[in-house]
Ligand binder design. Sequence first.
Ligand SMILES: C[S@@+](CC[C@H](N)C(=O)[O-])C[C@H]1O[C@@H](n2cnc3c(N)ncnc32)[C@H](O)[C@@H]1O
Ligand code: SF4
Ligand code: SF4
Length: 397
Amino acid sequence: MAHVRSLFFKGPLADVEDKAVKSFKLGRPSDVIWNITNRCNLLCDHCYMAADAHCLPDELSDEETIALVEQMGERGLPALFLSGGEPMMRKNFWEILELARSYDIRVTVSTNCTLINREAAKRLKANGIDWIATSLYGPAEFHDKMVGVPGTHDRVIEAIKILREEGVNVAIKTAISQATWPFVYDLIHEAKDLDCGLIYFCDLITSGRSEGEDDGRITPEQWRELGDFIVDDILSEDSKLEWDIGAMPSFIPFVAEKFVERGIDVSNGLERLKVISACPVGKGHMNINSAGGIMPCQFAQDWTVGNIREMSLQDAVSELYKLDVQESKGVCAPDACEYSRICRGCRAKAWQRTGDPMAEDLTCLLHAEFDRSGLVGQIEATPDFDRAAPCSVPGVC
Ligand SMILES: C[S@@+](CC[C@H](N)C(=O)[O-])C[C@H]1O[C@@H](n2cnc3c(N)ncnc32)[C@H](O)[C@@H]1O
Ligand code: SF4
Ligand code: SF4
C-alpha cells in the first residue's frame, strides 16, 4: 500500500503516514490489516482469500479478539484495517470497532458494502471511522458476475450514497486485471461522481480463487498508462483524490520520476520511503488472519511467522524486523536497482513465485530503458534510517 498523494504532498492521509513512520521508528507496529473472519456473503471469482460461507475452523474467539485490540491500543497502533472475508459478518464486529476507536486507533473497514444500511452508516459515523473502503469492479452486470451474487452492484452504490450523506469517507477498491481494465477509467469518473475520496487499485493477486492466473495481470505498459493518468490527476488543480496502490511497489519510483520531471520537490516522500519503503514488509506492517496467524503481507496468506495466540503483537513486530534487514535479490538488489532502498519490490509476489521472500519482483514496471536520472542522486542524498532498539514503554507516544 502506498498513499501516493499523501506520501509526496499534503494529502488526506499525510498524518497517518507520519504516524506510521513515527511508530516504526519507535519499533512499534505501523499498521495492521486484520481479517477478522473468513466468512463472506459473496463468492468473488477472483478472491485471493478464497472466502466463502465458512469461518476458519480455529477462528479467534470473541475474548481473543478483544485481548488483541487491547494490545493494539497499548502499543499505540496508528492504523487498523478491518477486513475479511466480509468483516461486518463477524458477530462482534461492532465491539472490535468500538474498542479500537476508544484507543483512538484510526480504523478503515474493508467491506463489500452489502451490509451497510442507514443505521449502520450512522453508527460508523458516530464511531469516527476513518474510511469505508468498498469494492467496485465495473458496471452492474460485470460487477455482479464478478462477485457471484446478482443485485450486489446496486446495493453497493446505494450504500455509498448513504455513507456520503452521513458524512463517512468512502474509498473505492478494485482489483486491477485484464478483466477489470476496460472499466478502470469509468470507475475513476464514477468514484468522483459519488464523492469518494480515495481509489485503491491492487494488482491481481494470483492466489486463492485466482491461483495460476498470472496471465490475468495487466501489462507494465497498461500500469504506466494508469500511472501517467494518476500523476496528472494529482497535479491538477481540481482534484483532491487520494490514490492507493497495492502489490505494485515500483509504481512509487515511477510516479516520483514523473514528479521530478515536472520540477516537483519529492524530498518529503523520499525521506518517508527511506524509513518505510513502498513494499512495507518488515517495516511494522503486518496482516493477522482470522485464526490469529501473523503474516508479513496480506497478499501471501501462506507466509506466516507465528500466531497471536503464542506471540505478542510487539514480538510479532520484532520477528518481522528480521525481514527488514535482508536485502532484495536479482533485479531488485541494491547493486542492480537504484530504487531498491525506497521500493524493495513486492516481497509477497517473490514469496509466491519462488518461496524466497527476498527474490526479485518480476512484475516491476521499470524496464531497463526507463530514465532514472531524476531521482538517483536525490535517493543517495536522503539519509538512510538507522532503526533504534524497539521501544518497550507501553502507551502512545
Ligand atoms: C479480500 S477482500 C475483503 C473485504 C471485502 N469482503 C471486500 O470484498 O471488499 C479485500 C479486497 O481484496 C480485493 N481482492 C480480492 N481478491 C483479489 C485478487 N485476487 N487480487 C487483487 N485484489 C483482490 C477485493 O477486491 C477487495 O477489495
Ligand atoms: S473479495 Fe471480499 S467480497 Fe469477494 S469473496 Fe473475497 S472477501 Fe468476499
Ligand atoms: S527492480 Fe525491484 S526494487 Fe527496483 S524498482 Fe523494480 S520492483 Fe522496485
